[in-house]
Design a protein around this ligand. Sequence first.
Ligand SMILES: O=C(O)CCC(=O)C(=O)O
Length: 212
Amino acid sequence: MKQQGLSFEPFEVLVNSGDTQQLQPPITLIPGYLNQEQQAALLNEVKSYPLSRPEVQVYGQTHPIPRTQVWFGDSGCDYRYSGLFVSALPWPKYANKLREKLYRDFKLETNGVLVNRYADGRDSMGWHCDDEVEIRSGSDIASVSIGARRDFFIRHKVSLQKYQIPLNSGDLLIMHWPMQNEWEHSVPKRLKVMEPRVNFTFRLLTKHYHPK
Ligand SMILES: O=C(O)CCC(=O)C(=O)O
């Protein structure tokens, strides 16, 4: 697979061809989408992100989320998820380059990215689907992972049919519509994992869904 340098130049892989793998859920996995330099540039940039560990309500009790995160997006792309309301922060340089690269390579239009950092295998993300009302109906979500290899689980909402996909550093997973309606996903704890992992999920929101 051809890889690019720091320029984040166009990437010559079409969705569903070559070394992509189509699985049963509506996803496309592209192993090694980012090369080492691109990963390093993003990881270095993450050091300056204002990551936080907000508290969410679960069954009436307040808990800090088991990871840290931050939301970047275009103006007017504020986001409400897990009972939290977050205003979009301006795009950092390399996160934006990655967004542009996804558009060049796949015509994937996005206007926000949720960055999740898992310090080690004790950090996790529970079952959920990205079905918030401000996410544009019919849009795909692109998930780019950097750092420790972690298992990503997908579960059909009705049949409970489950898939486990190990995501390696540099991999791109595209979750195609209607994955967000029909399937849930999670990143379970993996106590043997000692290294951090950062995940970028690029989304397309309806602008100004939340009036200021
Ligand atoms: O870290 C991951 O791979 C999953 C992130 C995720 O599920 C999300 O941002 O909604």
